[in-house]
Structure formats: C-alpha cells, structure tokens
Design a protein around this ligand. Structure first.
Ligand code: F6P
Length: 525
C-alpha cells in the first residue's frame, strides 16, 4: 500500500498495519480450533437486529480482530458518517447529494421532506388500491388486471425480488421486464390482453436507453392490440425522479409517481419504485417491508459499534476482502423465495463499492468490493459447492435461513423445511471444520468462513430488515475504505460507447470506435 494513495491508509495507517498483522496471525489458526477451543464462540460472536439473528462464529475472526476493526472504523469517522447519513447531509460528494433511503422508511431527514414522502406514499397507495380493486379501467372500460413493470437495475431488482419473495397465488398479476432483448418483453406479454394490461415505466432519470426502448415497444404493442392513440396515456404509469422527462414521454400527471434525486437507484425500492410490490402484495405488505427496514435503521443509527449488526457485516466483508484477500463472496439463501436476493445484492454491493477512487483523492490501495454471487440452497449444493469445499479459492458464504417455512403445504408430516435447514447448517459446518483424510480426493481442508443469518419467517417485515441490513453493511464498508458508495461513474463509459456502436450498426461511420469493434459490428450487422 502506498501511503500517499489511500485516504484511510494515510489517516489510520497504524490500524491497518495492526489488522494486517492480525490477518497474518489468523492465517495460522484453523477455524476448527477456534470453534473447538471456545464452546461459547457463537454466543460471543452473535448479534441481533430487529428480526435478524446473525452468528459470526464461523468467520475467521477473534475478539482482537473485531476490536481493531472497530477501532479502525471509529478512526475513519464511522459515527460522523452515520450521523451525516441520517441527518440528510451530503454523503455523496461527487454528485453533491444526500442519501435519502432511510427517510423513505420514516427514519431521519427533515420534517418537510418527511411530509413530502408521506404525501407521495399516499398517492402511491391510492393508485395501487385502485388497480387492486379493479377501479382502473383499460381502454375498453374493463379493469386492468395485469401490471407490467419496465425498469432496469435499481428500478427493477428490488421490487422484482420482493414480489418474488412475497406473492402468493391469487395476488394481482405483476410482471417485470428489464432486458432490452426483445425476448424479455415478448415473453412477459405472451397471452395478455392489451385492453387489460397497464405498464409502469420505472426510471429515476427517465433517460435509460433500455427502459425507454422497452416502453416504446410496449406502446407499439398496445396500439397493435387496439388501443386508440388517445387512450395510450391511460395505460402507462410513470415512476421517476425526473417528472419533466416522463411528461415529455407521454406520462400523464394523474398516473405519475415521483421520488427524489437524493434516493440512489439501487436504494430506491422504498420509494414509489416499490409500486409493483404494493400492487402485487398489498399496500399493507409494502408498509410492513418499510417497517422492517426502519427497525434496522434505528438499530444501525443507535447501537454502539460493537453491537451493531449491519456494521459488523460490513466490517467482516472488508476483513475478508481487504485483509484475508478473499476476492469473492457467495450469498446462499436457503429459501427459494429469496432466490433473487444475490442479484439485488450484486448491484447494491458492487455498484456501490466496486470502485477504487478515494473520497479524499487518489486511489484506495486496499482491495474494495468483493465479487458477489450466489443462488438458493439447496440447489447450490448440487452445483458449485464442490468448489466451495475443495476448490483453490476460499469463498466466504452468507447463509440465510428462516426458522419457519411460509408454505407448510403438507402440514406436520412435511419434513422438507427441516431438510432445508439441516442442509444449511451442515454446509456451514462442513466448510468451517472440513475433514481429514489421507486420500486427497476425500480431504476437506475446512477453514472456509461463513456467516449464518436467521430470520423467524420470510415475511415482509423480515425481508425489509434483511435488505436494510445489507444496505447499511455496504455503507459501513465504504466508510472504512474511504469510498463513495452512492455514485456509479463506472457505468458511464460503456453507455456512451453503446450509443456510438448503435449508430454504427445503423449505418453510421463509427469514427471514434476501435478496429475490433468495427470488425465485430460487421459480423453482427
Ligand atoms: O446503469 C446503472 C444505473 O444508473 C443504476 O444505478 C440504476 O439503478 C439503473 O441504471 C437504472 O437507472 P434509471 O432508474 O435512471 O433508469
């Protein structure tokens, strides 16, 4: 690490050196021994926040590591940064914006903003209830019965995840389209009647190429399905922080829901971006989601660092990535309803912390975000767990499991939830403890870290709490790394080039593009 290039390194070099020394020490200690030496390790290394219980006993940490991670966080101004977040001060300096996601959950912010949030929430609830009760007619006067949400990234992943996690048979039909690949919209529209289908175009900026192209295709589909030009606006709901742009596109004020510039795209589920959740699952479920998140907000705001669950998750992620050198992190929910959680987390963590520019200038010398990936268990066990147990790289895992199943389809004789839980616990133990054998094929090295996150049941409140927990963990990691988790300049270059390639494919000169792009475009034209 070069002292000149890393802000936390400059202000907290002794803490970093101490943590590097701990990392060297921990490399020589086996989790098997740490766990065996202390039967109370789980009790010492567990924390609770709202409905979440998290056990970090199987992480490669000890009390000295935690103490010095926390000291480092304090040195990096954790408490001041946390205050700034909740008080609505600028925490996104490159874009001169606050981060208002907790205000959407009723925690922090000023009273004027809170009142504006409440007003917009009421408008959203009214519209959702009109749809749910069949009081929003389509162009032939019949009630709208399907809502197709068009958006991408933060304007898609959160509501899609929550709907997938919480909807049940008989709920209002809400579908999601993100990909500009025509197959995505085509598949979701298959079998639908234009006269009873409405679209929600969700885009913070209302400039995103993919979303606007899909929205235009939806408009064409409605026209082809018999919708008169003059009735089009009645089939489109717009959700945006740029109402002028949405109006220009054709969204009517009556069907426009807004949110604020200071709500980051990947933190926007809690705004009217979550409209699809209120329509599919109910306004009450959306409120419960926010309540769960607010429980964790208050915990994160008020709990001291040593008892602060999201902060602990964030610090351990930095410990694994930046000190133990583990470059990826798997998230494996043992809950099919959470199968989309890894995709949401990928954007949250990697778009937030996947950068190396220090807020204070220069580059961060520590490694920043891990690669986040994962799928639901137990399916994952029959896919890539082989490599997690015996592969060359150590991948820390976040296991997530619910005490009770939502669907107890077959009553007391149904042992599938027990099988699910048993596998989750067994995998975590096997990764940590391993198995000795003289036969290298049957040898399990163990010492592979994981956290266990337990919720009582997968309901809206627990889900809100879980998501907020990861949001604050991501924020904490950014604070100690000295980076801005609320901008995403890394997505810009590709977007600009895509515009140029698009004109090249349409017959333009593509003069600014390189020879390989020209060759590939020729092949694809
Ligand atoms: O490309 C990244 C991004 O800007 C995300 O941050 C955002 O969630 C997504 O695109 C969609 O943006 P918008 O909501 O403005 O359409």
């Amino acid at each position: 690490m070069t002292a000149s290039s890393h802000d936390p390194g400059q202000i907290a070099l002794p803490e970093i050196a101490l943590l590097q020394a701990h990392a060297a020490r921990l490399q020589t200690l086996a989790l098997r021994d740490l766990l065996g030496d202390d039967p109370d390790r789980s009790a010492h290394l567990s924390l609770d926040a709202g409905p979440i219980h998290a056990d970090f006993a199987r992480q490669r940490i000890d009390s000295a590591v935690l103490r010095d991670l926390e000291a480092w966080a304090m040195h990096c101004g954790f408490e001041r940064s946390r205050d700034d977040l909740f008080s609505g001060r600028i925490v996104n300096p490159t874009e001169r914006r606050p981060a208002l996601h907790t205000v959407l959950r009723g925690v922090g912010g000023d009273p004027d903003l809170a009142a504006a949030v409440a007003l917009e929430r009421r408008r959203m609830a009214e519209l959702a209830n009109r749809l749910r009760s069949g009081a929003l007619p389509g162009f032939r006067g019949r009630p709208i019965s399907t809502l197709v949400c068009i958006g991408i990234g933060g304007s898609d992943l959160g509501p899609r995840l929550v709907c997938d996690a919480l909807t049940s048979e008989g709920d209002f039909d809400v579908r999601f389209v993100a990909n500009v690949d025509p197959d995505d919209l085509e598949r979701e529209l298959r079998g639908l009647d234009a006269a009873t289908t409405a679209f929600a175009v969700i885009s913070k900026t209302f400039t995103t190429r993919e979303t606007l192209a899909n929205a235009a295709a939806a408009r064409a589909w409605l026209l082809a399905g018999g919708c008169p030009q003059t009735s089009l606006a009645g089939q489109f709901i717009g959700i945006t922080a740029a109402p002028e742009a949405a109006r220009r596109w054709g969204i009517s004020d009556a069907l426009m829901l807004t949110f604020w510039e200071g709500v980051g795209g990947r933190y926007s589920l809690w705004s009217s971006v979550g409209f699809g959740v209120a329509v599919a699952c109910s306004v009450e479920a959306f409120d419960a989601l926010l309540d769960g998140a607010a429980l964790v907000d208050r915990h994160f705001r008020d709990a001291p660092l040593a008892e602060n669950l999201p902060a602990r998750i964030g610090l351990i992620s930095v410990w694994n990535r930046s000190f133990l050198g583990l470059s990826s992190q798997a998230v494996v929910p043992y809950a099919e309803r959470l199968r989309l959680l890894p995709a949401w987390l990928q954007q949250l963590v990697m778009e937030s912390n996947g950068n190396s520019a220090a807020i204070a200038g220069g580059t961060v010398a520590l490694k920043t975000s891990p690669v986040i990936w994962g799928t639901s268990g137990t399916n994952a066990q029959h896919s890539y767990f082989q490599q997690l147990h015996q592969g060359p790289d150590i991948v820390p895992v976040d296991f997530i499991v619910a005490r009770r199943s939502r669907a107890n389809a077959l009553g007391a004789d149904d042992d599938r939830h027990r099988i699910l839980v048993a596998n989750c616990l067994a995998q975590s133990a096997a990764l940590a403890i391993g198995k000795t054998s003289d036969d290298p094929h049957r040898f399990f090295p163990g010492n592979r870290p994981s956290s266990m996150l337990i919720i009582p049941q997968l309901d809206a409140q627990a889900l809100g709490a879980l998501l907020a927990c990861y949001e604050h963990a991501t924020f904490t990691a950014a604070v100690v790394l000295g980076i801005n988790p609320f901008d995403q300049f890394g997505v810009e270059l590709g977007k600009v080039l895509a515009g140029e390639v698009e004109s090249l494919l349409a017959g333009g000169a593509g003069s600014g593009l390189d020879a390989t792009t020209h060759a590939l475009a020729n092949r694809l034209r």
